[in-house]
Design a protein. Structure first.
Length: 114
């Protein structure tokens, strides 16, 4: 069974019924990807915190937040709300990579000890 393109519009219209939200599909997709990118870094944060390395996690999070502020300001002036969403996606991706990098640097690999 083939879905028609208006079915996608209907879902967005159902979730965001106001006229001011129309035409924001790309922004919603970018925000969904940003949420995914942020979620990918969560296991590294939890593992580092449970291993007693909460300070490095906090440092990465503060750096990510500052990067997000600067990037949002830069991209929003040129692209508007879509630019802010793209800034969030980029910052969450960089933050996730940073958390996993710190995790791999600080938590020893048990297989190398054997």
């Amino acid at each position: 069974m083939k879905l028609k393109a208006p079915a996608r519009q209907t879902a967005l219209t159902l979730l965001y019924p106001g006229a001011e939200y129309q035409g924001q599909g790309a922004t919603l997709v970018v925000l969904a990807l940003a949420a995914l990118a942020g979620a990918i870094g969560v296991p590294a944060s939890v593992a580092l915190a449970s291993a007693g390395h909460a300070r490095p996690v906090a440092a990465v999070m503060v750096g990510t937040a500052m990067f997000n502020i600067v990037l949002t300001w830069m991209l929003m002036t040129h692209l508007g709300l879509l630019g802010a969403a793209c800034a969030l996606l980029i910052a969450e991706t960089v933050g996730g990579i940073g958390r996993w990098t710190v995790f791999l640097m600080l938590v020893p690999d048990e297989t190398r000890r054997r």
